[in-house]
Design a protein around this ligand. Sequence first.
Ligand code: ATP
Length: 247
Amino acid sequence: KASSALLQVNNIEAIYDHVILVLKGVSFEVPEGGIVALLGANGAGKSTTLKSISNLLRAERGEITKGSIQLAGQRTNDLTANEMVKRGCVQVMEGRHCFEHLTVEENLLTGAYTRGGASDVKSDLEKVYDYFPRLRERRSSQAGYTSGGEQQMCAIGRALMARPKLILLDEPSMGLAPQLVEQIFEIVKQLNENEGVTFLLAEQNTNVALRYSDYGYILENGRVVLDGAAADLANNEDVKEFYLGLS
Ligand code: ATP
């Protein structure tokens, strides 16, 4: 069917180490300009789905064995992770993955490497600092010595330096105090509204994810079991019972 989705994931299966089937036919789409949440318990396959899209899966001895992924209407299954970044799709890994021995600013600059020596890198850096004033204050600190929240900001800032159309954000709330989680999601919302960045975010924190996204898909054991507008999912009795702990 014709679709204007920025990202389309069509019935993908993914395995690790040639045998372990983790994704068992996952389909969903992310419209341009949207914020879409991939929800589900630990081990459901959220990270694997993001890595299938960014093509970082191969770095973990994983591969897509069935189905297709399309970014802006073009099949991307066989591209490298580097090519995905050049096409505007950047993953922010779970656990933040800053270079601990580099300063915050050096970390941010690594995000721009696919752009060669582009002259507007400096102004983009300032833009990142405007969104994350805390990073400006910490620009000369070694990233490994900054707080968990600052490292998460640094990881998102580094992704922004590639000028992405689509950010795949894995578990941004992990290990952070509730107030910081809200701060990070507020910035995601601003980046979406002001810069037009599309987000696909994987979250175990269903509550916060549904408040900040437009649409959600729930993964269980490598399959999408439910999807809907974020507000509808937040009011769905099963979602309340199993994921929001509110029943
Ligand atoms: P989490 O929030 O813990 O990351 P998740 O929903 O993102 O959970 P995945 O990390 O995608 O889930 O893991 C899905 C399944 O794939 C799990 O059973 C996990 O053990 C397995 N798995 C993940 N990474 C690998 C790997 N590199 N090699 C083998 N199996 C893996």
